[in-house]
Ligand binder design. Structure first.
Ligand code: PEP
Length: 255
């Protein structure tokens, strides 16, 4: 069965109420999306309820992160069970900004990302699990070591074979995120093919064939079509351009 593209928009810490309303209204007015595209948007926690109520029914609303724990004394956290109870089905884990840490907070280790991914799946969510190397790691020739042996292996160690049905892998080279430097289709396809082959060896050929592997890193309306034509690129996780009407062009590029 052909894999359905996933087009995700990660809004990060962006948007006033007025801007979020505008973005939703742009999506709502956009006409039919390609039937082979699953669209997912991830507003801030604060904006999720208003987006969920207002956005068209064929757009899924995702959280950008979830707690590694369930309900309890975890001030400022959102438990995966809460996300599912609220009627949402998607969450992002392991975004590089969370792995790196910011604002004085420690970053998330691969083990934490794997644990969050597992907890979210157990709560009934589908997870966009991000993996990707930094510029230094790529220049040192360690791209596959980081992506496969560190990021992906931690997730694979935590999940059963069946749980992979609820995972979309997002390959996001850190050097391409928010920098305007997109990986070339060849660079992206090479890593995506390696991820698929690793999944085939370490999990199962069936999981490798079925898992959507999406690309993130300065995707734009102008490069989405060429990237989507690559055999192992099954969609995108889009940051900056998901805050613009251009996001519609990216969705339509997979038709
Ligand atoms: C992202 O934040 O996941 C991302 C890929 O950002 P951008 O598209 O802006 O590079």
């Amino acid at each position: 069965m052909p894999r359905k593209y996933v087009i995700g928009g990660n809004w990060k810490c962006n948007g006033t109420v007025a801007q979020v309303s505008d973005l939703v209204s742009t999506l709502n007015k956009a006409g039919d999306f390609p039937s082979n595209a699953e669209v997912v948007i991830a507003p801030t926690f604060l904006h999720v309820p208003m987006v969920k109520d207002a956005v068209r029914s064929d757009v899924n609303v995702s959280l950008q992160n979830c707690s590694v724990d369930s309900f309890g004394a975890y001030t400022g956290e959102i438990a995966p069970e809460m996300i599912a109870d609220f009627g949402l089905k998607w969450v992002i884990t392991g975004h590089s900004e969370r792995r790196t840490g910011f604002g004085g907070q420690a970053g998330e280790t691969s083990e934490i990302v794997a644990k969050k991914t597992k907890k979210a799946i157990e709560a009934g969510l589908t997870v966009i699990a991000c993996v990707g190397e930094s510029l230094d790691e790529r220049e040192a020739g360690n791209t596959l070591k980081v992506v496969l042996e560190e990021h992906l292996a931690a997730i694979a160690d935590a999940l059963s074979q069946e749980q992979w049905a609820k995972v979309v892998v997002a390959y996001e080279p850190v050097w391409a995120i928010g920098t305007g430097k997109t990986a070339s289709p060849e660079q992206a396809q090479d890593v995506h093919a390696s991820i698929r082959s690793w999944l085939s060896d370490k999990v199962s050929p069936e999981v490798a064939e079925a898992t959507r592997i999406i690309y993130g890193g300065s995707v734009k309306g102008s490069n989405a079509g060429t990237l989507a034509d690559c055999a192992d690129i099954d969609g995108f996780l889009v940051g900056g351009a998901s805050l613009k009407p251009e996001f519609i062009d990216i969705i339509n590029a997979v038709e």
